[in-house]
Design a protein around this ligand. Structure first.
Ligand code: ADP
Ligand code: MG
Length: 355
């Protein structure tokens, strides 16, 4: 496998659409990088550029290791690809589909049989070797597509929402399987998804794309715990927002004060408008009397592993979303206190209007 480097890679389509703004990206040898973002943000375009199915605008450069592949055709790039639609050949059986890449290369019958057998075993497809594609389930088809993509031992594997057509349970199992397989084979992979949980489970790092730009890149922990923008904070997980002013070592928010740790407030000026955010699972409910931040329950939903409680504060309806993990019931109108551990806060400059 090889490292992949993109330098100032930009893509303008012939109709003038700027799908990708100049992008710099380095993917380590053997790394799984996830591209995450909403529909239309440029994930597939990035993947197609790396594959050689599209070419970037003048001035951009794509390297596989030291090798400049910017203008190299897909056949000479040694990439494997897996798509959401499996794109299997309906007129070939499972073994023939898997063998396809070796056949095109004109490999010997012995080598083909040996490698196909390895793939059938690896993907638990042995019983289905001679079945037609239309006699397979979605999960089996996806495994055939994966086997077909890796049998040629590509230097780079590109996966474009490979699991999005599958049901939730199968998705979870396959993402674990795929991750383990890629790690075992040491393949450098770029994995596209719009599913944040899949992104976190799959990627060594996640690049979050917003309208053709990388909004943030980092490990799952980095992007989840220290989002650098509103977009990232709200795309990966959910956030509560408190807009207020920096007042001493706290955020003054309406008539409340939310204490802030020095590491956070020290980069802001006294009186500056800031937005303070925290995840629902980080907020704790306590008794109304003891708390400095007080509210009233407006709604509560039992979700099995937790209860989501929506709390109104100072007349702001359902301002705070709280995930409670203890089996306690809350009813509409219950008066509750809110505790927010300072280290679970994320601060951003508040550039928007005051609510
Ligand atoms: P994603 O995979 O994240 O959903 P895409 O990479 O497919 O996004 O698309 C990014 C942007 O480029 C979108 O605005 C899309 O409409 C546009 N786009 C994609 N392919 C083409 C094309 N062949 N011609 C013109 N615009 C395109
Ligand atoms: Mg896409």
């Amino acid at each position: 496998s090889v490292a992949i480097t993109l330098k100032q890679v930009q893509k303008t389509f012939s109709d003038g659409t700027l799908a990708l703004k100049p992008l710099d990206l380095h993917i380590e040898k053997g790394e799984i990088l996830v591209l995450l973002g909403p529909s239309g943000c440029g994930k597939t375009t990035t993947l197609r550029l790396i594959a050689g199915l599209e070419f970037c605008d003048q001035g951009g450069q794509i390297l596989f290791g030291e090798r400049d592949v910017t203008n190299v055709a897909i056949e000479q790039r040694r990439v494997g690809m897996v798509f959401q639609s499996y794109a299997l050949f309906p007129n070939m059986n499972v073994s023939e589909n898997i063998a396809y890449g070796l056949r095109v290369r004109g490999e010997s019958k012995e080598l083909k049989e040996k490698k196909v057998q390895e793939m059938l075993e690896l993907f638990d497809l042995e019983p289905y070797a001679h079945r037609g594609i239309d006699q397979l389930s979605g999960g089996q088809r996806q495994r055939v597509a994966l086997a077909r993509a890796i049998i040629t031992e590509p230097e780079v594997l590109l996966l474009d929402e490979p699991l999005s057509a599958l049901d939730a349970l199968l998705k979870k199992r396959l993402r674990t399987d795929i991750n383990a397989l890629l790690k075992r084979l040491g393949i450098t992979a770029v994995y596209v998804t719009h599913d944040q949980e899949e992104a976190m489970a799959m990627g060594d790092r996640i690049a979050i794309l917003d309208r053709g730009e990388i909004a943030q890149i980092g490990t799952a922990e980095e992007v989840y715990l220290s989002p650098k923008s509103e977009f990232v904070a709200n795309f990966i997980g959910q956030m509560n927002h408190f807009d207020g002013l920096l007042n001493g070592q706290a955020l003054s928010f309406r008539s409340n004060f939310i204490p802030l740790p020095e590491t956070l407030y020290s980069t802001y000026k006294e009186g500056e408008r800031i937005r303070c955010m925290t995840r629902p699972e980080d907020v704790r409910l306590t008794s109304f009397e003891d708390a400095t931040l007080k509210g009233a329950v407006s709604h509560s939903v039992f979700l099995g592993d937790r209860t989501r409680v929506l709390v109104s504060v100072e007349g702001v309806k359902e301002l705070v979303h709280v995930d409670c993990f203890e089996r306690k019931r809350y009813s509409k109108g219950d008066r509750v206190g809110l505790v927010i551990p300072p280290l679970c806060l994320v601060l951003l400059p508040n550039l928007g209007s005051e609510e």
